[in-house]
Ligand binder design. Structure first.
Ligand code: DC
Length: 227
């Protein structure tokens, strides 16, 4: 099966996605991390966001791969482990900015389709159920109130020892949603056939249990169809 989880920043997609993949013994692909890895390269190379030719060259030269180290999925960018370097507020903003570029999206969507085509995969992102895998077997749209999402992001940064301000973090979450939902190419939106789950008041385990029930139901339908 291909399972898509889309939704805004801080809705819990990666926590839930990882847990779901583990329970199903599936591969977990964090597509946001791919935009972040490219953003890191853009920052290091100093190229301008409006320079589509340079962006094209950069995205054509980047080799991304996921590999499990212990319990954690690590992302390698041209052989370098960037798992932790991509988790800063600056890279979050830059990833959202570069995600508006057509050349960037085309290249990353191609890689994501390649990663997921064999199935047995949970992908999280913004356009998985709408663009990357519009025929995904199960689609979820995970949402939560902006205040709660801002608080979660703040906690995440604080746990990593990053000095951030709660109201600033909340503002950035709202701004990034606005940017991701209003861009002209593949904006974040709920696919018509995506199942909405609001995680504002739900513990992670409950969200995962709900998803597992839906996946199991979908599997039963699939088996009944084949008979
Ligand atoms: O999920 P995340 O916060 O790590 O993603 C970082 C940015 O990457 C997000 O603000 C928009 C972009 N993104 C995207 O455009 N499409 C995806 N499938 C995943 C992320």
């Amino acid at each position: 099966m291909i399972i898509a989880i889309d939704g805004p920043t801080g809705a819990g997609k990666s926590t839930v996605g990882k847990a779901l993949a583990k329970r199903l013994d599936y591969l977990y692909i964090d597509t946001g991390a791919m935009y972040r890895a490219l953003a890191l390269k853009v920052k290091e190379s100093g190229i301008g966001l409006e320079d589509e030719v340079a962006l094209f060259q950069l995205v054509s030269s980047i080799r991304l791969s996921f590999s499990a180290i212990g319990d954690e999925m690590h992302l390698f960018s041209n052989g370098e482990d960037v798992t932790h370097a991509i988790r800063s507020p600056e890279i979050s903003r830059l990833a959202s900015d570069i995600s508006k570029s057509r050349v960037v999206r085309e290249a990353l969507v191609r890689m994501q389709r390649d990663f997921g085509k064999a199935g047995g995969v949970v992908l999280d992102g913004r356009d998985i159920g709408t663009v990357v895998f519009p025929d995904a077997d199960v689609k979820f749209y995970l949402d939560a109130d902006p205040e709660e999402r801002g608080r979660r992001r703040f906690q995440e940064f604080s746990e990593k020892g990053l000095q951030v301000d709660l109201s600033e973090t909340l503002k950035e979450v709202v701004e990034r949603d606005r940017s991701d939902m209003s861009r002209s190419i593949s904006p974040l939106k709920r696919a018509e056939d995506a199942i909405l789950i609001d995680s504002t008041c739900l513990p992670v385990e409950e969200v995962v249990e709900r998803m597992l029930r839906i996946v199991a139901e979908k599997r039963r339908w699939g088996e009944a169809d084949r008979r």
